[in-house]
Design a protein around this ligand. Structure first.
Ligand SMILES: Nc1ncnc2c1ncn2[C@@H]1O[C@H](COP(=O)(O)OP(=O)(O)OP(=O)(O)O)[C@@H](O)[C@H]1O
Length: 798
């Protein structure tokens, strides 16, 4: 990383001290003029200090900086809130450390936890200083240049596809926004464990670090000096900065001061001549001589204008969550959310919940549902236990990466929790073990789920609001479509919640939304489904697959749709897992319509049908016995399709198998036990099946075995005809295509005879008649022959 080291003869392992090169004197020893001269030199030169150690930015960081520096983005204001937010984080860190070690704060000014902004109009420098934790030399190298965070490339990608620069803070690279307004930046920092260093860069691919021997010692903390570009001079106006702090940083929990200069009226002693002139010009003064005499003894004064400078406090540090919810306006909640979540998009949070928990464990909390899911919400979902809540103990920020404050599936929520019960002066690890955390977590989950339920309750599009009056609905108009929006952004989290949180499963199931055969392109809830159930319907029907369009064509739905039953479409891979956990809802069981055991009321004819197709089902079962086929049954779900393969009740569905097989690291041998047995269901009303039944019956009469051992002569030379078929098909014993002796069944004649092969002839007849399902949910036009062939393939492979 280090460049120019060789040229400058620096020893990489032991970088030379800057003093050695510059001949600088340590703090306190340099004279004012020397310091001023050195400072002036560094600023006017606008090249990095030649004696400093130089480093190259990590490639992604360099790309990011290029994008920022060349950006035509008009809202350059954002840099200030990013710097203030970093300063506030640094102050939080030192305050936290001081809980267990008071010494770290130091004394006097150094101990003041505040942020200061100063302007130098002449030199065009804007400085932001904090008395936070500061950065060691190593921190400066890593944090500001050489280590790209995970958000760096994500942000670069976003920006290349026209993303919004305003969201930079969410990607954890907010610091670099300084190059929107500055072409040269110095970061002066002092950490308790190291000396004071200066980091500097002109965003030209390199940065430099020097030990700081010329600036005022900071005590502790960081000062960022922005050498503003000409076109960014507006940031040297006090009013502009006051507005920006008000707009973006109002809720920072440390005082933010601006060094302001103003003209004030001052009383100064008036000189002699002026006082005598004044006396003469006031004739009324002679009226009361006694009083006059007294006053004459006082020294005469006059008012003049004088320029004074002072620190002006720009924010009201009172935490929003400590105020009563009645006092906080919607706008304030929105602004607080933006500053908390570093989400400065245009949208308001979808909802919030501000409450105080009382009892054994007392805390105040403010939770928000963001308007959008963050870009990495489900990345490393299972490896990330950190919630997005900031934990405070009696107003002191403890952590924003506290494990287990909320369950993983609620990690999309933002907010703060401020507890009075947790101890302050223990380590984070000990706090993590504290017994009241469990209670806090439990209460937070309840409140969070209530808040999400309310989004639905306030949305006029929601089923639960169907009984509301028009007036009520028009009041709710603002919230129209909010729940669908919520579902779009965070629906997967609710599903993960159903899987992971057995205690709240029912509450979460209420929040579930889906499309169905009756939802008409909208989202429906389970309550809505239940309200539409047919009299006598016991189960909630659903089907899983990869898209609604595909599922709508599924033969599994044929009779259900004909009989007006509603079927839910689950099309997200996570739905397969979901349905392994969601067994029932309001005493109704869930039934996958592609699985064995579908019951659609009583079918009085079933017994007779079973009897009449027994020969066929027995034959077929025998023919498939070496496959993974458990049984062959009369189907109650088919209407137009001759047969379908269903999976057994307890194994995976075919869709689940597909998902598992698609997983890169799947081990098929280990999956074998989860693969359900297959059941072949046949449609007793379908001509193909009826025909097969007749053929089997005829074969049986002639004594043809299922293994085809007693062949049937083709009528000309007495040889058995083997129908044309792909290799490995074990259906030849059916003799479907063979010309048979004796009376030909009427149906066979219709197609007429074509070509030499009788198989072809039969195939054509049947092709016109039927469709056979060969794979889960996919119907293909095939001849009976092909249907059977494909069934075999399907049964063996699905
Ligand atoms: N004023 C400061 N005091 C101490 N460390 C700082 C300061 N400013 C920046 N840093 C360090 O530099 C790192 C990079 O800052 P940057 O703003 O790019 O990202 P971030 O603060 O982690 O994320 P975000 O932009 O979301 O606040 C920070 O994580 C922090 O460690």
């Amino acid at each position: 990383l280090q460049v120019n080291a060789e040229e400058s003869g620096d020893d990489l392992a032991n970088p030379p001290k800057v003093e050695e090169k510059l001949g600088a004197v340590p703090h306190g020893l340099s004279t004012d003029s020397e310091v001023a001269q050195r400072e002036a030199e560094s600023i006017s030169r606008k090249t990095l200090r030649s004696s400093a150690e130089k480093f190259e930015f990590q490639a992604e960081v360099s790309r990011l900086m290029d994008i920022i520096i060349n950006s035509l983005y008009s809202n350059k204001d954002i840099f200030l809130r990013e710097l203030i937010s970093n300063a506030s984080d640094a102050l939080d860190k030192i305050r936290f450390l001081s809980l267990t070690d008071k010494e770290v704060l130091g004394e006097g000014d150094t101990a003041k936890l505040e942020i200061q902004i100063k302007l130098d109009k002449e030199k065009k420098i804007l400085s932001i200083r904090d008395r936070g934790i500061g950065m060691t030399k190593e921190d400066l190298i890593k944090n500001l240049g050489t280590i790209a965070k995970s958000g760096t490339s994500a942000f670069v990608e976003k920006m290349q596809s026209g993303g919004d620069l305003n969201l930079i803070g969410q990607f954890g690279v907010g610091f670099y926004s300084v190059y929107l307004v500055a072409d040269y930046v110095e970061v002066i920092s002092k950490h308790n464990d190291d000396k004071q260093y200066v980091w500097e860069s002109k965003a030209d691919g390199a940065f430099a670090i020097s030990e700081d021997t010329w600036n005022e010692p900071l005590g502790r903390g960081t000062e960022i000096r922005l050498h503003l570009r000409d076109e960014a001079k507006e940031y040297l106006e006090e009013d502009k900065l006051k507005d920006l702090v008000k707009k973006y940083s109002e809720f920072i929990n440390f005082p933010i001061y601006l060094w302001t200069t103003k003209e004030v009226d001052v009383e100064v002693p008036a000189d002699e001549e002026e006082s005598s002139e004044e006396e003469e010009s006031t004739p009324e003064a002679k009226e009361d001589e006694d009083t006059e005499e007294d006053e004459e003894k006082k020294p005469k004064t006059k008012t003049i204008k004088e320029t004074t400078s002072e620190w002006e406090l720009l924010n009201d540090v009172k935490a929003v969550w400590l105020r009563s919810p009645k006092e906080v306006t919607d706008e304030e909640y929105s602004k607080f959310y933006h500053s908390l979540a570093k989400d400065f998009g245009d949208e308001k949070p979808m909802s919030w919940s501000h409450f105080t928990a009382e009892g054994d464990v007392e805390f105040k909390a403010l939770l928000f549902v963001p308007p959008k899911a963050p870009h990495d919400l489900y990345e490393s979902y299972y490896n990330n236990n950190k919630s997005n809540l900031k934990l405070y103990v009696r107003r002191v920020f403890i952590s924003d990466e506290f494990d287990d404050l909320l369950p993983k599936y609620l990690n999309f929520l933002k907010g703060i929790v401020d507890s009075d019960t947790l101890p302050l002066n223990v380590s984070r690890e000990m706090l993590q073990q504290h017994s009241s955390l469990k209670t806090i977590k439990k209460k937070l989950i309840r409140k969070a789920l209530d808040m999400i339920r309310k989004i639905a309750e306030e949305d006029p599009d929601e089923y639960s609001n169907k009984d509301k009056t028009d007036e009520e609905k028009s009041e709710m108009a603002e919230k129209k479509g909010q729940y669908a929006k919520f579902w779009n952004e965070f629906g997967k989290s609710i599903k993960l919640g159903i899987i992971e949180d057995a205690t709240n499963r029912n509450r979460l199931a209420k929040l579930l939304r889906f499309e169905s055969t009756k939802s008409d392109g909208k989202l429906a809830s389970l309550d809505e489904y239940i309200s539409r159930m047919k009299p006598g319907q016991k189960d909630i029907f659903y089907i899983t697959g990869s898209s609604k369009e595909q599922l709508e064509k599924s033969p599994f739905l044929e009779r259900l749709t004909k009989k007006n039953y509603e079927v839910i479409f689950f099309t997200d891979p996570v739905d397969e897992y979901l349905m392994q956990y969601l067994m029932d809802y309001e005493d109704k069981k869930f039934q996958n319509v592609s699985k064995e055991g579908l019951k659609l009321g009583k079918d009085s004819k079933l017994k007779d049908l079973k009897e009449s197709f027994k020969e066929l089902t027995d034959w077929w079962k025998k023919a498939l016995e070496s496959e993974n086929v458990d049984s062959v049954k009369i189907s109650n779900r088919l209407h137009d399709t001759p047969c379908v393969v269903v999976t057994s009740k307890y194994g995976w569905s075919a869709n689940m198998e597909k998902i598992m097989q698609a997983q890169t690291l799947s081990d098929s041998s280990k999956q074998a036990y989860m693969r359900g047995k297959r059941v072949l269901e046949i449609n007793p009303r379908h001509p193909i099946i009826k025909e097969l039944r007749d053929k089997v019956a005829q074969d049986n009469e002639r004594g043809v075995e299922a293994d085809g051992s007693a062949g049937v002569p083709d009528g000309s030379d007495g040889e058995r005809v083997q129908p044309a078929r792909p290799q490995g098909v074990r259906v030849q014993h059916l003799q479907v295509g063979a010309e048979e002796p004796g009376p030909e069944p009427r149906r066979h004649r219709r197609g007429g005879r074509r070509g030499g092969g009788s198989a072809g002839f039969r195939g054509e007849v049947l092709q016109r008649r039927g469709r056979a399902v060969v794979r889960q949910g996919r119907a293909v036009d095939v001849s009976l022959f092909y249907g059977l062939y494909c069934f075999n393939v399907a049964a063996a492979s699905v």
